[in-house]
Design a protein around this ligand. Structure first.
Ligand SMILES: Cc1cc2nc3c(=O)[nH]c(=O)nc-3n(C[C@H](O)[C@H](O)[C@H](O)COP(=O)(O)OP(=O)(O)OC[C@H]3O[C@@H](n4cnc5c(N)ncnc54)[C@H](O)[C@@H]3O)c2cc1C
Length: 409
């Protein structure tokens, strides 16, 4: 089987590593352009990433010591329930539904406080932590691990000859055959400013997600820097005003910009600027081309979902191929995963009580629907293996946003 992977970002190299591991007889070539840089952001992850790397033979005990990565113990939400709200950590506790229901009874009687929800959390569980990773190292690490993948530098203008082509060319989606897109209602986050800042010892080892006037801010601590970004809705604020707001966040947090590692997507000498059309491909595998990574879709970086979609896309391909399932099954499985991600994003915004800007008032449109479906999701997503965001995440969400009225117990 002759396979060509187009793209040398995280999606390209993770695809190469996973295919080489699972199909040692395949003839795999990865082609990347020297002139088109990788996106170079995306540094917060979910615990499943550790499993993916370990399955292809890369143990975190090794790479954590040799990279700028750090363990991440959860997501700290600030300013989401209402403006000026205190922080609350969403940790990675899993599959203790009965225990959660017992806890919820006590919480509603005022016998325990919200913080005690995290007593279910075990940081030593395999799924108890995720990572903050250097975007440039994530691909490089798998590249160094690959033994038989041929690596070529070239900027392709035509689809390469191969039995299978994996299009990992990023937002350009260069060789995708069927470009039909699924646009989801209420995916209004579509811009970001982001940049590296001087490293800081005083920051917690959680991803901080701070609700802001027109979106949210992230703070991701690595050994060698802190990634700070503002992700927002262009329907509600101009890029110029969003950047002013972002500069205030940088001042307020005492962050010192380090300058940019490359000219890619630079807005100025301190920060990068990204814009995208939130979507996922309806048929990420069409013809002999499989789209992985941002080629296949990108919605909103909230809750660190994008690298997981790379993992899911390639692992699902491997399963389908080994079991003899074709494109139809593959495309359906990938669509389900995107649907679940979009659903979780929507609940994050719609369950908030914030009404201080047009952005937050926008979410009146689906608040009632989300109040019901947060519990529907809690009831049906028990399996951590098949749900990126399992029941415990939905339980945390319902508890955090104080949604007890329709609890099913
Ligand atoms: C603001 C922002 C924040 C994010 N935060 C997170 C996060 O916290 N967590 C998370 O999981 N994800 C996050 N992401 C997503 C994450 O950055 C991407 O999923 C990840 O970097 C994968 O990118 P990629 O490999 O698909 O594409 P890219 O990194 O863009 O790589 C594309 C590759 O294709 C090559 N290429 C393109 N065209 C050609 C051609 N014609 N010929 C040859 N080669 C070509 C390029 O040279 C490059 O090597 C974020 C994204 C953004 C925009």
């Amino acid at each position: 089987m002759k396979v060509v992977i187009v793209g040398g970002g995280t999606a390209g190299w993770w695809t190469a590593g996973c295919l080489e591991h699972n199909f040692p007889d395949w003839d795999i070539t990865l082609i990347e352009s020297k002139d088109i840089p990788i996106v170079g952001v995306g540094e917060s992850t979910v615990p499943q990433i550790g499993n993916f790397l370990s399955n292809i033979g890369i143990e975190d005990s090794h790479w954590l010591a040799n990279s700028n990565a750090l363990k991440k113990y959860g997501n700290r939400k600030i300013n989401w329930r209402k403006s000026g709200d205190d922080n609350f950590d969403w940790t990675f506790w899993y599959n203790y539904n009965k225990k959660f229901e017992g806890w919820a009874q006590k919480f509603r009687k005022g016998e325990v406080d919200l913080d005690s929800l995290n007593d279910f959390y075990d940081p030593n569980d395999w799924s108890g932590y995720a990572y903050h990773v250097d975007a440039f190292e994530m691909g490089r690490m798998v590249k160094d691990h690959c033994k038989n993948v041929k690596h070529v530098y070239a900027t392709l203008t035509e689809k390469p000859e191969a039995d299978l082509v994996f299009d990992c060319s990023g937002f350009a989606a260069r060789f995708v055959e069927d470009k039909t897109k699924q646009h989801y209602p209420h995916t209004i986050i579509d811009r970001a400013f982001v940049g590296p800042h001087e490293p800081r010892d005083d920051l917690p080892m959680v991803t901080q997600s701070i609700g802001r006037d027109y979106g949210w801010q992230f703070i991701v601590k690595l050994k060698n820097r802190v990634g700070v970004g503002y992700v927002y809705s262009s329907r509600h604020v101009s890029d110029e005003d969003a950047y002013k707001e972002f500069e205030e966040m940088i001042d307020e947090g005492g962050f010192v910009p380090m300058g940019l590692p490359s000219e890619a997507n630079s807005y100025n000498d301190k920060h990068m600027f990204f814009k995208w059309e939130p979507h996922a491909l309806t048929n990420p595998w069409s013809g002999n081309v499989v789209a992985i990574g941002t080629t296949a879709g990108f919605i909103d970086p909230l809750e660190a979902n994008a690298l997981f979609h790379i993992q899911h896309g390639i692992e699902t391909f491997v399963k389908c191929w080994k079991r003899g399932y074709g494109k139809k099954t593959y495309n359906k499985a990938v669509r389900i995963s995107w649907n679940n991600t979009v659903d979780l994003m929507k609940h994050h915004y719609a369950l908030s009580d914030r009404d201080d800007t047009e952005f937050w008032r926008y979410w009146d449109c689906c608040r009632e629907e989300c109040r019901q479906s947060v519990w529907d999701n809690y009831e049906k997503r028990h399996n951590l293996e098949t749900n990126l965001y399992p029941s415990s995440i939905w339980a945390t969400m319902a508890a955090y946003f104080d949604e007890w009225k329709r609890a099913p117990f």
